[in-house]
Ligand binder design. Structure first.
Ligand SMILES: [Zn+2]
Length: 143
């Protein structure tokens, strides 16, 4: 993650607003885009403990307009999910058509990308450890 943070701004997508660039990394790999700071779950987070959400998938999307379904815009649809309560947040991240096509080529024309499941399970383990540190021992037969 920190390696990607240090990457220079992609010239292919320089026409996008600065606000989008501030929030998203354009990764130049099969992921395509990712939030610089993972979102926190509004249901599970407390003031002391932020429950970070995990990326579940990224999809290349085409936006169509009118009755002729004329393509007008390309973007990445990104889903983040809370490992604790399963709440899902979707983002619709605009991008340059050249960058969008490049990512699609990297993925060999597969529009949907799922990050490896280990990311999800390592989050589960981390969350289990957090819960145990708070005194929850459910599911281990300790209750
Ligand atoms: Zn949650």
């Amino acid at each position: 993650m920190s390696k990607k943070d240090t990457k220079k701004k992609n010239p292919l997508i320089s026409s996008l607003s600065d606000n989008i660039h501030k929030k998203w990394n354009y990764t130049d790999d099969k992921v395509g885009v990712e939030l610089k700071k993972p979102p926190v779950c509004p249901i599970c987070s407390t003031e002391e403990d932020k429950a970070h959400m995990v990326m579940r998938w990224v999809k290349n999307e085409i936006v169509y307009k009118g009755s002729n379904y004329e393509p007008v815009e390309v973007a990445f649809k990104v889903a983040y999910k809370c490992p604790m309560c399963a709440w899902v947040a979707y983002f619709f991240v605009p991008c340059d058509h050249i960058y969008w096509t490049k990512i699609l080529m990297i993925r060999k024309n597969v529009t949907l990308y799922y990050p490896p499941l280990e990311v999800w399970s390592s989050e589960d383990k981390k969350i289990a450890e957090q819960l145990e540190s708070l005194g929850y021992f459910g599911g281990r037969g300790d209750l």
